[in-house]
Design a protein around this ligand. Structure first.
Ligand SMILES: [Zn+2]
Ligand SMILES: [Zn+2]
Length: 408
């Protein structure tokens, strides 16, 4: 039978036998690369035969880098029902004469903290438990902090989170309620990140390696399995609000893996990635590249912006992952789309009227992106659209209030 999985460095191909080895190597390859992909010794014809933990991503236990199911830390996340939104389909038809199917992945229903981050935090906490990690740290503006504080607490792992000075009080309270250590920086996210890196180095504590962290990627790639299980096929178009870009990176990994081991005919969906106008460095870089017809090295041509949004989880002013994510977008015939932050409350009101739910602001960026893409003619007749949304509104009371106060 042999070992269940191995980690392979994406830069040099070096093989690591387990996360224990990866952690002992300071979470990077000897070549310096922090990006590794897992390869599984698994029978992909049994991908959808769920034996246990069917209410979470651990239904794919045989396809996750965890050896012993006793180490699973789960609140029920990553296997939420994908919803079809008829009122979005009707809107596309009535307003733009486009016939399409629209599905929404309700990450706000994840039971850990009601965000897309729960999936990664569940696998992360399970892996720390299995591989003897006692402590973990990261810098975060909100969602990752909330998710990891809960899952680490469940796994008995001490979690230190470094947050910018303008962290929202609801988030800080939630983290403290899980008994974890919160360090609020005197500076912004950049300063918090540096403090986390120093802490990792000085205290020898495991740290989140960011958007390419193999824990995040391996966990989130299970969304591809869910599309096939629930929709019976890959969507034609994939929408997500993007700050860093783990979503598209994980999607790409999942699709390549299934092409190799499950069904060679699977195709990467057209990626439409959305940013709001208060923090849109990827959209700006993309617009410049497309206006110049993608000259050599275009994917390395991006500038930082000084973000001034209130959507604290979408504030990556320096789009470090753009050189990784943008070529994926181009290859998929997709695009980056900009939406107006000040239009989100009225769209939120419309969605609330139709669903009874007020969504978090990052989710709203994704929804608004769909509306914008329709306007820009980026959706074709007959396409199946999937919206991978971020979070519930729980920790963004200010946004909830703006939606409630909104009169169309
Ligand atoms: Zn390497
Ligand atoms: Zn290190």
């Amino acid at each position: 039978m042999g070992q269940k999985y191995k980690l392979i460095c994406t830069a040099c191909g070096a093989v690591y036998d387990s996360f224990a080895e990866w952690f002992a190597n300071d979470q990077k390859c000897n070549c310096g690369c922090q990006r590794a992909e897992a390869e599984y010794n698994a029978d992909y014809s049994k991908l959808f035969d769920c034996k246990e933990h069917c209410d979470s991503l651990f239904r794919y236990f045989d396809f996750l880098p965890l050896n012993n199911s006793e180490n699973i830390v789960s609140c029920g996340e990553g296997a939420e029902p994908i919803e079809e939104w008829a009122f979005f389909e009707k809107y596309a038809k009535d307003k733009h004469n486009i016939d399409c199917k629209v599905y929404v992945v309700r990450n706000d229903h994840n039971n850990g903290s009601g965000t897309f981050k729960d999936i990664a935090a569940a696998l992360g906490a399970s892996l720390f438990k299995e591989n003897g990690g006692k402590r973990f740290c990261l810098a975060s503006t909100g969602n990752a902090a909330t998710a990891f504080s809960r899952y680490c607490a469940l796994a008995g792992i001490t979690f230190d989170v470094f947050m910018p000075c303008d962290v929202c009080p609801e988030t800080a309270d939630t983290i403290r309620s899980h008994g974890q250590n919160i360090h609020i920086s005197e500076g912004g996210y950049g300063a918090a990140k540096q403090e986390a890196a120093d802490f990792h180095k000085n205290e020898k504590v495991l740290i989140s390696a960011g958007n390419i962290d193999p824990i995040r990627v391996e966990a989130k790639r299970t969304m591809v399995f869910e599309f096939l299980r629930q929709l019976g096929k890959m969507p034609d178009v994939f929408f997500q609000a993007v700050a860093g870009g783990t979503g598209p990176i994980a999607l790409d990994k999942g699709v390549r893996e299934l092409q190799k081991y499950y069904d060679a005919s699977l195709r990467m969906p057209k990626l439409i990635l959305v940013q709001q106008d208060s923090c849109d460095p990827m959209v700006q870089a993309w617009e410049r590249a497309s206006s110049e017809d993608f000259p050599n090295g275009w994917e390395k041509d991006f500038l930082s912006v000084v973000p001034h949004p209130r959507i604290s989880i979408l504030t990556a002013g320096t789009p470090g992952m753009y050189p990784v994510v943008a070529p994926m977008v181009k290859k998929s015939n997709g695009s980056f789309v900009r939406v107006k932050e000040n239009e989100l409350p009225s769209i939120g009101k419309w969605i609330n009227d139709n669903t009874g739910t007020i969504f978090g602001p990052a989710s709203m960026v994704c929804f608004a992106g769909f509306i914008k893409a329709l306007e820009e003619g980026k959706i074709n007749n007959g396409e199946t659209i999937l919206l991978n949304i971020g979070e519930a509104v729980d920790r963004a009371k200010w946004f909830e209030k703006e939606v409630e106060d909104c009169h169309e």
